[in-house]
Design a protein around this ligand. Structure first.
Ligand code: B12
Ligand code: SF4
Length: 521
């Protein structure tokens, strides 16, 4: 059967989604034809604007990626209609994050009007955390809660043979004005699925900046799930959905993980992997040693990952760097331990955070410190504590964003209860604007602290009064901000340049001259 995946990516930047690639592989294995419709490089997507703004704040190193990205000017609805006419799918699969909902609505309502007979199933994190809201959408015939590999294969199989589809686990289905709500099946076995298939996604997703240069980078996973329950994260909600279905944190066997990675590297000519495992460092030392020993010999390319300070012992960091880890992103979030513990539900102490960053620096492992501003009940002096902590840990890069309380998170219920957000708040561009009504720090001050965050973390302390001037938005302040950023932020970048010579000199640079931009096969 012909199945078309629609990814209405509204504000996310380039990256091939692992979820769709994994489902595509499973569907093809069952004999179906799959194609992809993706709006990432269409005009409406704001991912590249967001990136530029982040670069201007010093959160990323500026890189010109123009040569690697061609923005298409088509209207997404017209382009999708053409694709449907050409491919004639029997099933449309929308995959959505919450901030894609607006674009998904615009596209799908027109498509539903013009192609009434093609059923639409909506999957991804949004229907998983808001099933009631998603199934109510006029254009949605079905939604998928949680993992989609088996549910969608069963659906496609039954649709193609004309069997009854009403009892498929993980799916909610509209039937004669009623909604059939099926329960959840167990977790899929990560060792029993084919390697992810990214065919149909543009190669432009692969060209991603890393430390001032562009590389072919692919997102990959070796495990799913996370044992923590942070305030702003959907993980505890996902664990709840699967209660009684086995361990939420699952890992591929070393054999399977290494075989998949070696295959993906070869197939897509990948130079750097980014592991999207919630916390790759959660593996114990023995497993890490065994895994990375094989990774070094059979995969042998640099990689980037996420980490949590609790797991980052000196010994483990050595194992990671020895195998090619060139950057780890760690959530610092706030410098105030009480806020971190009581509001964010993270038990990590400042001492542990400092030790883990020191250990990374000692092992020449580049770090990115994620921080959040304007948390509920956060005061201005708490923000200065966050700056203090970032000055102490000396990360290679810092970033500071605003938390958005998504459905399915503790943050959502807490903020509604306390009156910090309305019951159904709008989706703002929360990278640069907080939606939370913080009684102690005005919105203007929040934004100006974000703008100057990197400077506060970088300059000698006696220059703080000058950074304070940079917070304002007038000609003199902006001029001063530009000069200080140029001098201090780029100087900081230079400090870490020598960390990255692990990226091989022998890299095949021909793609830089003439990058292939077509779809992956
Ligand atoms: C890796 C990751 C990233 C990566 C890669 C993202 C990408 N484009 O693929 C990076 C770092 C780039 C990223 C960026 C962002 N992320 Co992110 N990210 C994650 C993380 C940790 C894992 C996601 C993942 O790939 N999991 C593995 C795959 C296999 O699972 P999956 O995608 O959910 O897909 C499965 C099911 O959902 C389902 N499914 C998916 N699509 C479909 C479609 C159909 C038809 C069906 C039937 C089933 C189905 O089947 C899949 C296979 O089982 C999650 C946390 C989490 N636990 O989900 C946050 C998470 C998804 N991210 C989140 C956010 C907010 C973002 C950003 C918007 C942050 C920002 N401010 O920039 C951006 C934008 C992302 C974008 N639109 O591209 C939120 C989303 C909240 C929400 N309600 O939408 C999450 C849940 C984190 C959180 N706050 O709790 N992210
Ligand atoms: S550690 Fe990361 S993935 Fe796990 S609950 Fe916290 S924010 Fe979510």
């Amino acid at each position: 059967m012909n199945i078309l995946f629609v990814r209405p990516n509204d504000s996310g930047g380039p990256s091939v989604p692992v979820g769709i690639s994994q489902i595509q592989a499973c569907l093809k294995e069952s004999g179906h034809s799959v194609e992809i419709f993706d709006t990432t490089f269409m005009k409406r997507n704001t991912g590249s604007e967001n990136r530029k703004k982040n670069e201007s704040f010093g959160f990323y190193i500026p890189v010109n990626t123009e040569k690697f990205v061609k923005i298409e000017t088509h209207d997404p609805i017209e382009a999708l209609q053409q694709k449907i006419e050409h491919f004639k799918p029997k099933l449309l699969c929308f995959s959505i994050y919450s901030n894609d909902l607006d674009l998904a609505n615009q596209i799908a309502s027109v498509i539903k009007c013009n192609y009434r007979d093609i059923p639409i199933v909506v999957g991804g994190i949004h229907p998983t955390v808001d099933p009631e809201g998603t199934i109510e959408l006029d254009w949605a015939d079905m939604i998928c809660i949680g993992e989609g590999e088996e549910a969608i294969a069963e659906l496609a199989g039954k649709l193609s043979t004309g069997e009854d589809i009403t009892d498929i686990k993980n799916l909610w289905i509209k039937r004669q004005g009623k909604i059939i709500k099926n329960g959840i099946r167990g977790f899929i076995d990560l060792n029993n699925v084919p390697p992810p298939d990214s065919a149909g996604f543009s190669q432009m997703h692969l060209y991603r900046p890393f430390w001032g240069k562009v590389y072919r980078i692919l997102d990959v996973e070796t495990s799913r799930g996370c044992q923590f329950a942070c305030f702003e994260c959907v993980n505890h909600h996902l664990r709840g959905i699967y209660k009684g279905k086995g361990s939420y944190h699952r890992t591929k066997t070393i054999d399977k993980a290494i075989n998949d990675l070696a295959y993906l590297k070869r197939k897509y000519n990948i130079e750097i992997f980014r592991f999207i495992d919630e916390i790759l460092f959660a593996f114990d030392l023995e497993y890490s040693k065994e895994f990375f020993d094989r990774y070094k010999s059979e995969v042998a390319i640099p990689f980037i990952c996420f980490g949590r300070s609790e797991y980052m012992t000196d010994e483990k960091i050595k194992v990671f760097t020895d195998a090619g880890c060139i950057s780890v992103s760690i959530g610092v979030e706030t410098g105030n331990e009480k806020l971190r513990r009581k509001i964010l539900n993270r038990k990590t102490s400042n001492k542990k955070i400092i030790e883990s960053f020191q250990s990374c620096n000692k092992n020449r492992l580049r770090t990115m410190a994620f921080n959040m501003l304007a948390l509920p009940e956060e005061t201005l002096s708490n923000i200065y504590e966050t700056i203090e902590l970032n000055r102490a840990i000396m990360p290679s890069l810092v970033s500071a964003g605003f938390m958005y309380p998504f459905k399915g998170t503790y943050a959502r219920t807490y903020c509604i209860e306390k009156g910090y957000i309305d019951k159904d708040p709008p989706l703002v561009n929360y990278d640069f604007e907080s939606i939370i009504r913080n009684p102690y720090v005005s919105k203007e001050k929040q934004k100006s602290m974000q703008k100057t965050f990197t400077l506060y973390c970088t300059v000698p302390k006696y220059l703080f009064p000058l950074v304070f001037l940079c917070e304002f938005n007038n000609i003199i302040s902006n001029y001063l901000y530009a000069i200080m950023s140029k001098f201090f932020i780029s100087k900081t970048f230079k400090r870490y340049e020598s960390y990255y010579d692990e990226v091989p000199d022998s890299r095949n640079l021909s793609f830089l001259e003439n990058p292939p931009l077509g779809d992956l096969e």
